[in-house]
Unconditional design. Structure first.
Length: 111
């Protein structure tokens, strides 16, 4: 685990930098669109409104919940850690279940 920590930190730093750069570039693009010419106020309001705000929070909340639930279940399932692919499969099943719950909730809400 000691060899993995610097790798995880480097990935986290790169993801953070990429998120900041993407946010800045999106802001500059929206600003240029507004400064370019005649744009309706409704379009300006849509440009600066988050894309799927309540549903994005729901998605990440459900994924983290189901991912954590999968890890808790793994504590009670007996398996051989050095040979078994069971932990990966079980965690993937729980994360997929989180995606499915999110999909059905959003689909029901949008109808």
């Amino acid at each position: 685990m000691g060899h993995l920590a610097p790798f995880i930190v480097m990935i986290a730093i790169l993801i953070t930098i990429a998120s900041i750069v993407i946010a800045l570039l999106n802001y500059r693009l929206k600003k240029r669109i507004i400064e370019a010419g005649r744009i309706d106020e409704n379009i300006v309001a849509r440009l600066f409104k988050p894309a799927g705000f309540p549903f994005d929070l729901l998605k990440w909340g459900l994924l983290l919940f189901f991912g954590g639930l999968g890890l808790v279940v793994l504590e009670f399932v007996p398996y051989r850690g050095d040979e078994s692919p069971l932990p990966y499969g079980l965690e993937a099943i729980f994360i997929a279940a989180g995606f499915l719950v999110y999909y059905f909730l959003v689909r029901k809400e949008k109808q």
